[in-house]
Write a protein that binds this ligand. Structure first.
Ligand code: PNS
Length: 169
């Protein structure tokens, strides 16, 4: 049985992520989406919120499981008894970082390979950071995320702005 881990921050899950999840679910017997808990990027959403959002958009896929993880990705992959890591590749700008990560993971854990799915062209420009930035300015994010996710991102962006301290000049 071929088991893959698709890891990421998913802050929030975008249509680009959903496309990779759906396509890998057709290739693999089982796909575990690993949501990084201890993220140095200071996520907008808590890990529980990110896991729940992923569950809500993947409910129709029977071979997908969503789990949070902490620490090294290769340790999580081993705990899941998975064979490979799946990552999406958008543009050439992703390549260097992804290559470094996959090579490093293979050095520290030689049995674990990474396979890359090229992102669907219509989502090749898309990132969670761009979605958050547009939401912070109350922009329309409906082309980038599922409608339920869009609602949550806009709500969260509003709450963050409300709680932000005014800048002293
Ligand atoms: O969605 P992202 O933020 O691009 O995902 C990055 C992620 C979670 C795949 C990466 O940061 C990761 O694997 N973190 C876990 C810590 C780890 O194993 N670091 C060594 C990787 S070379």
């Amino acid at each position: 049985m071929a088991v893959a881990v698709y890891p990421g921050s998913f802050d929030p899950v975008t249509l680009g992520h959903q496309d990779i999840i759906e396509r890998s679910s057709k290739i693999m017997d089982r796909v575990i989406v690993g949501v990084l808990k201890n993220n140095s990027k200071s996520p907008l959403f808590s890990v529980e919120e990110r896991v729940n959002m992923l569950k809500s958009v993947t409910g129709h896929l029977s071979n997908i499981e969503i789990l949070a993880f902490d620490g090294l990705l290769v340790d999580f992959v081993r705990q899941c008894h998975a064979d490979v890591i799946v990552r999406g590749l958008r543009a050439i700008t992703d390549f260097e970082y992804e290559l470094q990560m996959s090579q490093t993971n293979r050095v520290i854990s030689p049995g674990i390979d990474t396979i890359f799915l090229t992102t669907n062209l219509k989502y090749s420009y898309l990132s969670s950071s761009i979605v958050k930035e547009i939401a912070m300015y109350h922009g329309d994010i409906s082309a980038f995320v599922d409608p339920d996710i869009a609602e949550k991102v806009l709500e969260k962006a509003k709450a963050v702005k409300k709680n932000a301290r005014p800048v002293n000049k």
